[in-house]
Design a protein around this ligand. Structure first.
Ligand code: SF4
Length: 475
């Protein structure tokens, strides 16, 4: 028996915009054509979003020369739109009870090897306090899909996370990853002050979706999930994040699914997603993954670069699922946001030791390095770690954010704001090695800035942060 939600509660733009046969045909029929390839690259250079057909042209261009050209254009586009800043966050897993039974997930309800728990208020506070002591300012709260974690519960968790004060620091933006809701549910979490509402379609290939999400589980309702971000928009939660789990089906199909989803939101609400994630399947306690589709490191780098070109104004997130080497390479030409110093076990920050505890986590992490180590590496790569939350707190979200991002204004705000949050980290949390690398990076950035009132104001703010207790200064 297939479970279905009440589809009269779908959004006003609800439509199944992923025509599986059409996508397969597009992938089959789009043969590599150098002339067409050049046309599409030229469009990307002008920072215009690409259609599914244009994205298929890039997917078909698999000669080493063309792949290198795609990396080159993606590298330049990333610089033009995002500068050299990398936004930093860390996840907090709140509860892993789940009513679903997804074939690939350690939290699936039928997995006997999963230690089930929901953080108590005290445990949640201790987790947040430990994250603040490391220097974090941005988090994403993650919930299994259980009725325990309804909109009211999630809203309370968000408020409790914001309320934790550790010295002169607190979390400034709480994104969430949770089950799809109806309009009322989204209104409740929006009013609780969430940043981005993130949900992954997992796969846009419906036959695979049905195989991975057993009939009778709520997640089996493909359309209810596909439409969830539209309902979020219509309920005021206009910063949304989407994603697919790479390894469930052909990665090229999923790339076209992500592009189709972004274009659907842009056409229906005038605003694309705030972020796109592309997690690759990872080993998970008690889970057989012998069936998975292979997505090699080279394929992974290609899909990141192609998404960079297809959705130029959407942040791309690469999480600590990936190992340090892969993460470092994809930040060069596409990724604008990473987590760092992450623990994904329930109680991972404040209750567990160095080693991962597989029975308490959804999948195995690939990058367990500390926040300080990752920040130091970013600085060595001439990238600026940013804990900025200014747009969210200035109301520059959804369509308003796009109005800043598209003409390129955002850079004028992102870099100065990144530098003040970096100065906070260097002053309050950094190791000596990272502090020295950070101070040098700030000087290099200031030298690149035009002289003028904003630069003078920025220098004054950097001095106030390093010499006084003043914090949280942003444009
Ligand atoms: S993927 Fe999400 S919904 Fe599926 S079993 Fe895991 S936690 Fe539950």
């Amino acid at each position: 028996m297939t479970f279905l939600f009440d589809h009269t509660l779908l959004s006003s733009s609800a439509v199944d915009f992923v025509d599986a046969a059409g996508v397969e045909e597009l992938l089959q029929e789009t043969k590599h054509d150098l002339g067409r390839f050049r046309e599409v690259l030229a469009k990307s250079k002008s920072k215009e979003a690409l259609t599914e057909a244009e994205t298929a042209v890039l997917l078909a261009a698999d000669t080493p020369e063309c792949v290198e050209e795609i990396f080159e254009v993606a590298r330049q586009l990333k610089k033009d739109v995002y500068g050299n800043r990398i936004v930093i966050f860390a996840p907090i897993y709140v509860g892993n009870y789940c009513r679903n039974d997804c074939v690939y997930c350690a939290f699936r309800r039928s997995n006997p090897e999963c230690d089930r728990m929901t953080l108590s208020d005290a445990q949640l506070e201790n987790e947040v306090r430990e994250m603040l002591r490391q220097g974090h300012k941005r988090t994403i709260a993650v919930f299994g899909e259980s009725h325990k974690y309804n909109a009211a519960f999630i809203a309370q968790c968000v408020e409790k996370i914001y309320a934790v004060q550790e010295g002169n620091s607190s979390i400034r933006r709480v994104n969430i990853n949770a089950a799809p809701m109806d309009h009322e549910g989204f209104r409740i979490i929006h009013e609780a002050g969430i940043g981005t509402y993130q949900i992954f379609q997992e796969t846009y290939h419906k036959p695979t979706y049905a195989k991975m999400h057993p009939a009778g589980t709520e997640k089996a309702d493909f359309m209810w999930r596909l439409d969830s971000l539209s309902r979020a928009y219509e309920s005021g939660a206009d910063d949304v994040g989407l994603g697919a789990l790479f390894g469930l089906y052909d990665w090229r199909f999923e790339v076209l699914g992500l592009v189709a989803h972004s274009r659907h939101l842009m056409n229906a609400y005038g605003c694309g997603p705030h972020t796109i994630s592309f997690p690759r399947i990872r080993p998970a306690s008690g889970i057989d993954l012998s069936w998975k589709y292979d997505v090699s490191d080279d394929d992974f780098k290609r899909l990141v670069a192609i998404l960079r070109l297809s959705v130029p104004y959407t942040g791309l997130i690469c999480t600590a699922r990936e190992n340090a080497h892969v993460r470092r390479s994809v930040m060069d030409f596409g990724v604008s946001q990473i987590d760092a110093g992450s623990r994904i076990e329930l109680g991972g920050y404040s209750e567990l030791g160095e080693e991962q505890v597989a029975r308490k986590e959804q999948f195995e992490l690939g990058d367990m390095r500390s926040l300080d180590t990752i920040i130091c590496e970013l600085l060595e790569d001439d990238l600026i770690p940013s804990f900025c939350t200014a747009c969210y707190r200035k109301g520059r979200t959804g369509q308003q954010f796009m109005e800043y991002a598209i003409p390129g204004f955002i850079q004028r705000l992102c870099t100065p704001n990144a530098l003040t949050t970096l100065q906070e980290y260097l002053t309050d949390y950094a190791s000596e090695k990272t502090r020295n690398a950070g101070e040098a990076a700030i000087m290099r950035q200031l030298e690149k800035m035009d002289d003028g009132p904003q630069k003078r104001e920025l220098i004054s703010r950097l001095e106030r942060i390093s010499e006084t207790e003043e914090r949280d200064l942003y444009f």
